[in-house]
Write a protein that binds this ligand. Structure first.
Ligand SMILES: [Zn+2]
Length: 115
């Protein structure tokens, strides 16, 4: 099951906006008009963007999923799209703060992928 198959059924007011793009009501705030944009990357990674600035972590939490559900496959695959600099950032972050790997993925999502 792809990441998109896990996430889309959890969202209200889902509307297609072309290939691999959707809009829906944001589950993380009181959303009157659909303000959550969902896009599926070529590698199966899901990008979430709420126009009210809810974080991807808040959105995933609201629908009972975790940040790693934004990605398909094992962790090695999840980290690959981020690139060398991203992997270095993860290693340094883990060393400095003792964060769990999940948090490291969130950190990279936040700094490397979110526009
Ligand atoms: Zn929101």
């Amino acid at each position: 099951m792809g990441a998109v198959d896990k996430i889309l059924p959890q969202l209200r007011g889902l509307k297609s906006r072309g290939a691999g793009r959707w809009m829906a009501h944001c589950p993380a705030h009181d959303d009157k008009t659909p303000s959550l944009s969902i896009a599926e990357g070529a590698d199966g990674r899901i990008l979430l963007r709420c126009f009210a600035d809810c974080s991807a972590a808040e959105i995933m939490d609201s629908i009972g999923l975790s940040m790693s559900d934004l990605y398909e496959g094992p962790i090695a695959h999840q980290l690959r799209p981020i690139g060398k600099a991203g992997r270095r950032l993860i290693k340094e972050t883990l060393k400095k703060s003792g964060l769990k790997l999940d948090n490291a993925i969130f950190r990279c999502y936040d700094t490397c992928i979110t526009p």
